[in-house]
Design a protein around this ligand. Sequence first.
Ligand SMILES: Nc1ncnc2c1ncn2[C@@H]1O[C@H](COP(=O)(O)OP(=O)(O)OP(=O)(O)O)[C@@H](O)[C@H]1O
Length: 248
Amino acid sequence: MEKSETKPAVDVSRIVRRFGDRTVLDDITLTVPRGELFGLLGPSGSGKTTMIKLITGIDKADSGKVELFGELMPQLKMLQTFGYMAQSDALYQELTGKENMAFYGSLYGLSGKSLASRIQSAASLVNLTDHLNKQTSAYSGGMKRRLSLAIALLHEPQLLVLDEPTVGIDPVLRKAIWNELTALTQQGVTIIVTTHVMDEAEKCDRLGLIRDGKLIAVDTPQAIIDMAGVQTIEEAFITLGGRQEERS
Ligand SMILES: Nc1ncnc2c1ncn2[C@@H]1O[C@H](COP(=O)(O)OP(=O)(O)OP(=O)(O)O)[C@@H](O)[C@H]1O
């Protein structure tokens, strides 16, 4: 077995990220094993997106290191291994949904029949099949989120990094998407997701709570509830880290 086959999907080691004199991530260490559904939770501005950007290699830490499947990030060849859904949709408004998917699919080396079949299955997963030929500018906000999610899934990556994927998506479809995410992890796909929705947080295998640039808790939802001495994840979130300290 290759050495890298035994390595965790994500291995973040002592990362620090500063913007000016502000330390947004302060000595964060985190390991996410393969096949885990890991949720990042924290108040607005606590550093979740910054952490996601360091994991995907979009941003670089001031110190510390990030490895995906044993490979140091950032590295061009690692782009194939993960699917990334950013908080704001990176879609070409003048293209149709299908054309957007075809464009991104081609960046991942998909073409011909395999591209067409991946577009169909990813679109069906997010319930967009009937809208694929519409121009993206005519999509609602929720449809754009769904298209972005379909694009992240297109090349069947081993790791999915999703920054608030279900914002603007109705509860029925949200549930269907979470069922699909859970099913993907059962096939060995690793998922890191940020969310503000507590019933989504409860579906994660483990949660990481970020506050003031520190990971203040990393455990299963139940263990975090028990640690906070409360009944729900929402109460635990408020007790342990619901409000970011005021900063000047
Ligand atoms: N490029 C940047 N330059 C300066 N400050 C930045 C930059 N990117 C992020 N920040 C600051 O870092 C902090 C963390 O931002 P980040 O977007 O990671 O938070 P978040 O937890 O994802 O918030 P939200 O839940 O609102 O999306 C914020 O105070 C933000 O203003």
